[in-house]
Each structure stands twice: as C-alpha cells, then as structure tokens.
Design a protein around this ligand. Structure first.
Ligand code: ADP
Ligand code: MG
Ligand code: ZN
Length: 469
C-alpha cells in the first residue's frame, strides 16, 4: 500500500539567549532550572520580548527553503495542559506564521514546505527510573523553556520512510550550512512524523530524535497500519509515541483538533512588520548552500559529481576539510579522490568521524605530496593512510621512521643488476619468449628492495636492462 508522509520538524536555533528573555540557552553544565527567569518560567505578568537574532535565523531558514516570508507576522498562544509548560500555553505562531509555501529539492523531486514558524521550547521532562509511562517520577528542567525553535512543516509529499530520512538529512545539512543549527547538539532536531496509507486516517508519531529513528518509527508504523488494514480494522486518527529501545509506537492520545488548542493572539507581543530591505540584507548574508557547493566543486575544481556529492553531503566538516586541503595542495581531483576512496573508508573502519579524528589538512596533503613526488607508491600510501588515520602521525615522518621511501635509482639499478646475474635461467627463458619469466624477475627485484617501488615502473626498468644487456 502507498504511504503518505508529512513531517513537522522542530529545530533548536543557535542563539545565545532564549526567544523571549535574556536567559542563556547554554545549559551544558548548568544547574537544572538555573537558566530561568520569570519570563521563561511563565510567571503571571512577565513581559516577553522577541529575540531579533532568532527571527533572523528563522528568516534565513525560510528563504533557504524558498518560502515566502510574510510582510507581517505575529505570535499566538496555544493553550494546553501538560507539566512541561506551567503557564498552560505555548507562545507559537498559528494564524500568521513567519513564512509559507516553499520547497526542498530531493534528487530532483520537489518536497513542498507548508510553513515555517517560530515558537518557544517547553521544559524538558526527565522520566526517572523508566520511560514515559513506566517511570517512578518525573523531574522538570526549565533550562530548555523558552529556547527558540523553528518548526518546519512539510506537505504530505514524502512517499517512504527512506525518503523521509533523506529529506531530514538534506534539511539538516542546509541548516548546518546556514549556521543556525548545531548537528552535534542532542535533541537539536526533533520530528513529528505523520503517516497514512492510501486515504486512511493519519497517525502522528511525536517527538522522534535522530534521522535513523524517524525511518525506523515510520517503518514500524507503516507495517502496523498495513496489518490493521489487512485485518479490516480502520486506523484511527491519533498521536503516538515512539520508543527507540523497543522500536515500537504506542498510543499517546487521541489527536486533538486544532480548535482544541484555543489559539488566541499573544497580547504581550507586538505584531512584527518585515521590511524588504531587511530581508535583502539577510539574504545577502546567507552562505552558499549544499547544492551550490556541490556544483562549485564540479565547475571550479573539476571534481566528479558523485564525489562532490559525497564530500558535501557527508557534512560541513568534510567540505571545509576538502577546501583547506585544496588550498594547501592544489590538485582538487586527487584530493577529492583520496578523501572519498580512502580517507572515508579508514575513518569508517576506525568508527570515528572526521571531527573526532586526528586527521588534519596539513598532514593529509603530506601523504598526497609523498605520492606526487614519487617518495612512496600509491599502493603503499593506501596502506599508510590506515595508520595515519589511526594515529595522526605525520606521513612524512612515518615513512622516514620506518624506512619506507621508495628505492632510489641507484639502489634499484643495483638490485636489478644483481637479480639478472643471479638468475641466468630466467633471463634465458625471457629471451626465449616466456613472459612469465619477467614476472619472476620482477618478484625478485621487489623482494630485494622490500617492495619500496612501483611494480609497473620497476618492470619497465627490468625490461630496459634486459634489452640493453
Ligand atoms: P496538524 O496541525 O493537526 O498537525 P497539519 O495540517 O498542520 O495538521 O498537518 C501536519 C502534518 O501532517 C503535515 O506535515 C502534513 O504534511 C501531514 N499530513 C497531512 N495530511 C496527511 C495525510 N493524509 N497523511 C500523512 N500526513 C499528512
Ligand atoms: Mg501539528
Ligand atoms: Zn528567562
């Protein structure tokens, strides 16, 4: 059965202070409930003010997703009762959000963006001694209360769990490029995934963290809905919770209708008028986005499209690494090839990302330089890169310390002379037309120089020596 999927993605914006007050958003190492004030705790009478930087980040996201930024917008109160929000409403946007109607291109397919709006994050609930329904008790940490979020809502244009994951990966990369989001932040991107099967009711799976988890949750949900359909049971419209440990979803609540939230406009905040000059200035500050970056690697550096795609799509770290390497070693084709074919493989083998590794542009291009100048063969370099990625040791010092530099002309000439005079039978066989004899002689020479030479080159030199004997 055909799946219909739409996502609501909540992204924590990277700002110093919260959306409506001056409290710090940096809770790492902070006391629980330490970064709070009457505004973000929602005391009666506290007066919120909008964080300009958060709005600017949200506008950039909207423009990167080709949305129409509305000429004016305002905030609304979404009323609900839950312990993560003592004032019993969340300040969000509803009737007049920041931006509408954009798209994100996914392998040439256009995924519609319904809307982009800003809202405050509720408190973090810490379920102690179990999960959401099995814990002994729950702690509330308001350090997260009022942290700026942007919600990005897609049209129901995604057709599979795999596609949903690809969408999120691309969205994450765009946000990372914009500098508004930190992919390393835990829970920095949370997803509500809506899914229905062929005209059936849709189910919303709430609050999933991690792209992989979204794919898993959707797979589970699609199979659940399929088997219900097979048994002739109608799927009900509801909100479900995803448990990553058991990889299952379970009923959280029957879906509220939007009118249940009793939206009213937020009376403590002014309407915001957006002027075109401000939008233009923000647009001019926007950095190059991933698709443009891939194209630039192809056009400017002559990197094959699929390699450019791998470098850029792996993450901003790797793009920056590539560019720094090219600055130091201006052979982009070779740099890209070694990154994609060998560096990523070795990092993968070590089970680490570039960021945690000891790999640096300066030492990485040293390895390429050693090949370029003929000090080591490409084949040896493929071996050495594993050790380099593991230890971060300068490849040049590695080669020197272990005596791995290719044999010089003189050493090679001597080795060939010795092998030819020690193996007269093989020489005679070669002259009698047995090509295998040449391979035998090559093996002998390589053994004598301890494989520190390029076999093709060595073979050519042996043939030259035989011809001039
Ligand atoms: P709500 O505000 O009640 O969550 P919305 O209309 O804003 O409802 O839609 C929320 C999400 O549900 C959007 O991402 C949208 O793409 C998705 N959606 C809408 N209809 C369907 C459907 N039939 N199947 C799956 N997802 C859907
Ligand atoms: Mg919703
Ligand atoms: Zn505060």
């Amino acid at each position: 059965m055909k799946a219909v999927i739409g996502l609501e993605v909540h992204v924590q914006l990277e700002t110093e202070s919260k959306l409506f007050c001056g409290c710090s958003t940096d809770s790492e190492g902070a006391e629980p409930n330490g970064n709070t004030c009457p505004i973000c705790l929602g005391f009666p009478g506290a007066k919120p003010k909008v964080n300009r930087r958060a709005v600017e980040h949200a506008v950039k996201i909207a423009r990167a997703l080709e949305c129409d930024v509305r000429p004016r917008f305002y905030f609304s109160r979404k009323s609900y009762f839950y312990p993560d929000m003592p004032k019993n409403f969340q300040i969000t946007q509803y009737e007049m959000p920041l931006a509408l109607g954009g798209r994100l291109l996914l392998d040439g397919r256009s995924i519609g963006i319904t809307r982009v709006h800003m809202e405050e994050d509720p408190a973090r609930l810490v379920h102690v001694g179990g999960g959401i329904s099995s814990s002994l008790y729950t702690l509330i940490d308001h350090n997260r209360s009022g942290v700026p979020l942007v919600e990005i809502v897609t049209d129901p244009d995604l057709a599979s769990s795999r596609e949903a994951r690809m969408f999120l990966e691309k969205l994450g990369l765009i946000l990372e490029h914009l500098g508004v989001y930190d992919p390393g932040r835990e829970g920095g991107l949370r997803v509500d995934a809506n899914v229905s099967l062929e005209g059936g009711q849709r189910v919303e799976v709430k609050n999933i963290t991690g792209f992989r988890a979204v794919e898993d949750a959707l797979n589970y949900e699609i199979i659940r809905q399929e088997s219900m359909a097979n048994m002739g049971i109608a799927v009900e419209r509801e909100t479900r919770h995803y448990d990553a440990e058991t990889n299952t979803t379970s009923t959280l609540r029957r879906k509220e209708q939007e009118e249940d939230y009793g939206y009213i406009t937020e009376p403590d905040l002014v309407r915001i008028d957006v002027d075109d000059a401000w939008i233009s200035r923000l647009e001019s500050e926007m950095p190059e986005l991933p698709d443009a970056r891939i194209q630039r690697y192809v056009d400017e550096h002559g990197v094959p499209l699929f390699q450019a795609g791998i470098i850029v799509n792996t993450g901003l770290d790797l793009s920056r690494f590539f560019e720094e390497c090219v600055g130091l070693f201006p052979e982009p084709g070779m740099v890209a090839n070694w990154i994609v074919t060998f560096l990523l493989k070795s990092l993968n083998y070590e089970g680490i990302g570039l960021r945690e590794s000891k790999v640096r542009p300066g030492t990485f291009v040293e390895l390429l330089g050693l090949i370029g100048e003929g000090t080591i063969t490409e084949r040896l370099a493929r071996e050495l890169i594993k050790e380099y990625v593991g230890t971060g040791e300068s490849p040049r010092s590695l080669v020197e310390r272990r005596g791995l530099a290719s044999a010089g002309r003189e050493e090679l000439g001597e080795a060939i002379d010795e092998v030819l005079s020690d193996n007269r039978k093989a020489v005679a066989d070669y002259r009698a037309g047995q090509t295998r004899a040449l391979d035998f002689l090559l093996g002998q020479v390589l053994r004598r120089i301890r494989a520190r030479g390029d076999p093709v080159e060595v073979k050519r030199l042996i043939r030259d020596a035989l011809d001039s004997e």
